[in-house]
Design a protein around this ligand. Structure first.
Ligand code: GDP
Ligand code: MG
Length: 401
């Protein structure tokens, strides 16, 4: 990996079955639906990760370093996050949206704008993601007229929004039509400014145990944290703090969290190891933690920094909130009734998901007491969801005060 190339994180979002995972597979050569339940049900359940380098060869943009015998020029690294489109997995999509810089919104030309197209789009807007590429997928399934009509529908949908001028690329992921146009648009996205001198903030989006069963204790790898370094710089050998950390069950069923501390043993981006890493694409950190603590995403949602830099774990938060007029994620849009005290809401803050009770409402400020404590920074954006007919539906957004 060339350290001097710019890096960008791109989320692939949109309604279920519109072809997100297929498209990503064609763009990167990696199929991200790898968990057994995903394979069995044929849908994406967890966030998927994969990355490529984009190259330019003459006027062609590609993910290969040679083209027709000529060497291509590397332009940038793109790390992708594949989001589930199923309506019940909105919270997972929101944690994905917390760690991306730009997005590809996939709309199947034969189905058009669907509830999760709308809901994911509004989530991007609320998380402040400005760069969106619209992929009009499955054009192999529609006539020219239908494709044109669908294009106009998408244009109408975008009209007056932050993505009014977003590129719309007609694609067949399955038949690999126009993928080079997507590479070209990906190469154009403005690279966000990232502060490598600030105190480090690393958001854990997944955590795992990389050891094969039966590995001798002396050869065991430490627990691994995967996620995004939002700012600051981390070094191998450094002591880190992980909050809220480990869930410890106390007698009487009470749950408390214990901050964990560990040493960074190694860091990987793409397939390469680094001694020092600044903010950029998805990063894996091997820590001195017992791998038992990191297996099966146990530490997903945690925040990591060097020792003493993180705020306290809190059970109460205050938000400046903004609610939509109606829901976006349902077939029949429903009016959103005002929130009430003692109402239960789900919050998605950075890569964490928590549930809390509304304690106080004053104007657009709401105070909640949380079942699962969080670590937040002032200004962090929160997705607010309400349980409507048994599903958590996005009803608004907030900013941590
Ligand atoms: P996701 O839920 O958005 O991730 O959708 P998948 O990638 O799992 O695709 C859903 C279905 O659509 C699968 O059966 C794919 O083979 C199919 N599919 C994806 N892209 C295309 C395409 O461009 N053309 C056609 N005809 N089918 C596609
Ligand atoms: Mg999928």
């Amino acid at each position: 990996m060339n350290k001097n190339l710019p890096e960008i994180n791109v989320g692939v979002v949109g309604h279920i079955d519109h072809g997100k995972t297929t498209l990503l597979g064609k763009l990167t050569g990696k199929f991200t639906d790898t968990h057994s339940e995903e394979l069995r049900r044929g849908i994406t359940i967890k966030l998927g990760y994969t990355e490529i380098t984009i190259y330019k060869c003459g006027s062609i943009f590609t993910n290969k370093d040679t083209f027709e015998g000529k060497t291509c020029t590397p332009l940038r690294y793109v790390s992708f996050i594949d989001a589930p489109g199923h309506e019940m997995l909105m919270a997972t999509m929101l944690s994905g949206a917390a760690i991306i810089d730009a997005a590809i919104l996939v709309v199947a030309a034969n189905e058009g704008i669907k509830p999760q197209t709308r809901e994911h789009f509004i989530a991007l807007q609320a998380k402040g993601i400005k760069n969106v590429i619209i992929v009009q997928n499955k054009i192999d399934l529609v006539s020219k007229e239908e494709s044109l009509k669908n294009y106009k529908d998408i244009k109408n949908f975008l009209k007056g929004t932050f993505a009014e001028n977003a590129p719309i690329i007609p694609v067949s992921a399955q038949q690999e039509i126009n993928l080079d146009k997507i590479f070209e648009e990906l190469a154009k996205i403005e690279i966000p400014h990232r502060d490598s001198k600030a105190d480090p903030i690393f958001m854990v989006a997944r955590s795992f145990d990389i050891n094969r069963p039966g590995t001798p204790v002396s050869e065991l790898h430490g627990g691994v944290l995967g996620g995004i370094l939002k700012k600051g710089t981390l070094h191998v050998g450094e002591e880190i703090e992980i909050k809220p950390g480990m869930n410890v069950k106390k007698p009487h069923g009470k749950t408390e969290y214990k901050t964990l501390t560990a040493k960074i043993l190694s860091m990987q981006k793409g397939n390469e190891s680094f001694e020092e890493v600044g903010p950029g694409i998805s990063l894996s950190i091997e820590t001195s933690l017992d791998p038992f603590l990191t297996k099966a995403d146990f530490l997903t949602g945690c925040m990591v920094s060097t020792k003493g830099k993180l705020p306290e774990i809190t059970h109460t938060i205050k938000l400046k909130s903004k609610f939509f007029g109606e829901t976006f994620g349902l077939k029949d849009q429903k009016k959103i009734e005002p929130i009430k005290t003692k109402e239960l809401l789900m919050l998605s803050i950075n890569t964490t998901i928590t549930v809390g009770v509304v304690e106080k409402i004053s104007g657009d400020e709401i105070e909640l007491s949380l079942n699962i404590p969080v670590v937040t920074l002032k200004g962090d954006k929160a997705g607010i969801a309400r349980n409507i007919d048994g599903h958590w539906r996005l009803i608004g957004f907030g900013e941590i005060l």
